[in-house]
Design a binder for this molecule. Structure first.
Ligand SMILES: C[S@@+](CC[C@H](N)C(=O)[O-])C[C@H]1O[C@@H](n2cnc3c(N)ncnc32)[C@H](O)[C@@H]1O
Length: 477
């Protein structure tokens, strides 16, 4: 079934059970009791009131739903199902997926289920995911095992026989990448914008499920890439950034001529230090923040005119309305939950203040197939989102930023090694120099094979490659 026949009336919404109880129970009744003959026990769960429910409405009718409950390791269900817990992180349970039969084949239920699952994993970072299926639901069990769920145990009771499936933290991590791709594919197919879970939590004051410590610990810079390997690349990148940004910086309207400037995700500080000497920003007081202690130590030793702090973009510790400009270069692609960062930046910016984001966008890569494939594979395995700038405007606007501008520079490999040259919005680098900007891919075991093949091809053929560095500018209204 093609969803387009339903027109654009389909809307997705996170539902507060206190408000939508009748609609949710009504849909479950139609599907579980009236259509599948399951007992009335399936209609409600004690966790419904604090559960997460993602629903799809066609006009005003609820047509599809999934519910996800979040448990602490000490909760009764964890003991009853003998879930494998090894730390005090939370556990999630996917449950009660229901859809009106007339929408079968539309892929809406799959979209809702995978999107909700991804959104919850993004913010909760659970140590275990679980679900129960009626023993006779063989097809569904195949579906979930294809997403990395493993058989755990059977629970036989007077009313029903359940099979429990689980994923441990590693399995969650692996299947997360698959779910993410699946969500992208379904999103492209259905073209329905899913609602933000972070916003829903904020409106409902449910910040307690956000595990900011965990979000920090997943930072690729603290775990997967070594400071020693990254430093030379970042130093080179910062110098190229100066050449690329020189013209753009001049054209950005800034609210004041003196004030507070924050560079967030500043790395070794080279670029922030060069900005602080730019005549436009000479009268600003500069602060640099990065989560990596090594980066901050390097910056502190190298540039003493700037206040450097080891802090996290999700929780900067600055007062509300502190900064006139928040700048970030090559940070957003790394973030696992960029919307929390956007909210934090909004909080610390003054009214009328500017958020200036520079990042690469893998969606703009052009080159031979073998290299494009490496870039795509890397994007798929990448913990953050290397195409984040495609969605940042929407994300920022729904968090009350005004989208001011988007500029880009196309960086290609047609220049000389010694002398990077900028002509209009083209930056020409040498063949080796541009390739060096991708060298970090070789550090990722999952894609080393793709990298090495692409590298061999690149250096044994005359080929042009290019990618855009995009600059997006937002204003806090
Ligand atoms: C590619 S580097 C960019 C450094 C610098 N902005 C530049 O353009 O040269 C990304 C930086 O973001 C930092 N970073 C990643 N996640 C962060 C977080 N949650 N909070 C603060 N910094 C973070 C990393 O430690 C790293 O130094």
């Amino acid at each position: 079934m093609d969803l387009s026949q339903f027109g654009s009336n389909i809307k997705l919404k996170w539902l507060d059970f206190n408000i939508y109880q009748n609609e949710i129970i009504g849909l479950r009744r139609k599907i579980f009791v009236e259509s599948q003959g399951i007992s009335e026990n399936a209609l409600q769960d004690e966790r419904d009131f604090d559960g997460f429910h993602l629903g799809a409405f066609d006009s005003d009718e609820l047509i599809s739903i999934i519910s996800i409950y979040v448990y602490k390791p000490t909760d009764k269900l964890v003991e009853k199902w003998e879930l494998p817990i090894i730390n005090d992180k939370l556990i999630i349970r996917l449950t009660k997926r229901a859809e009106l039969p007339s929408y079968k084949g539309s892929r809406l239920a799959e979209f809702i289920a995978t999107y909700a699952w991804k959104a919850i994993v993004d913010i909760v970072k659970p140590q275990c995911a679980c679900l129960s299926l009626l023993v006779e639901h063989k097809k569904l069990s195949l579906y979930y095992t294809s997403f990395g769920f493993k058989y755990h145990k059977e629970i036989i009771s007077e009313t029903e026989n359940l099979t429990i499936f689980i994923q441990d933290e590693n399995q969650i991590r692996n299947s997360y990448l698959k779910i993410r791709q699946y969500v992208d594919v379904l999103y492209a197919y259905l073209k329905i914008t899913p609602p933000s879970l972070v916003n829903y939590l904020e409106i409902n004051d449910e910040h307690n499920v956000l595990d900011k410590d965990n979000i920090k610990h997943e930072n690729v810079y603290l775990e997967k890439l070594s400071f020693k390997d990254e430093l030379p690349r970042l130093l080179g990148q910062a110098r190229l950034l100066q050449i690329a940004q020189d013209e753009i910086i001049k054209t950005v309207n800034i609210p004041v001529t003196e004030g507070q400037f924050l560079d967030i995700g500043c790395g070794p500080g080279v670029y922030a230090a060069s900005l602080s000497k730019n005549p436009r920003y000479e009268k600003f007081k500069f602060t640099g923040v990065d989560i990596s202690p090594e980066m901050i130590s390097y910056a502190k030793l190298s540039y003493r005119n700037i206040a450097w702090h080891q802090r996290d973009v999700y929780e900067t510790g600055f007062e509300d309305n502190t900064f006139d400009i928040v700048h970030s270069s090559f940070l957003f692609i790394h973030l696992l939950t960029p919307e929390i960062a956007i909210k934090e930046i909004y909080r610390i910016l003054k009214k009328g203040g500017i958020l200036y984001v520079v990042d690469v966008n893998d969606a703009t890569f052009m080159g031979p197939n073998i290299i494009s494939r490496m870039i795509q594979k890397h994007s798929q395995f990448y913990e953050g989102d290397r195409k984040i700038l495609n969605i940042l405007p929407e994300l920022a606007q729904r968090n009350l930023f005004k989208y001011i501008d988007n500029k880009h520079i196309t960086v290609n490999n047609l220049g000389s090694e010694d002398n990077p040259e900028r002509i209009g919005n083209i930056l020409k680098l040498g063949k080796v120099t541009l390739w060096a900007m991708f060298s970090f891919i070789n550090q990722r075991k999952d894609i080393q094979e793709y990298y090495q093949k692409a590298e061999k091809f690149y250096f044994s053929n005359d080929c042009e490659i290019s990618i855009q560095i995009q600059t997006q500018i937002f204003e806090k209204l």
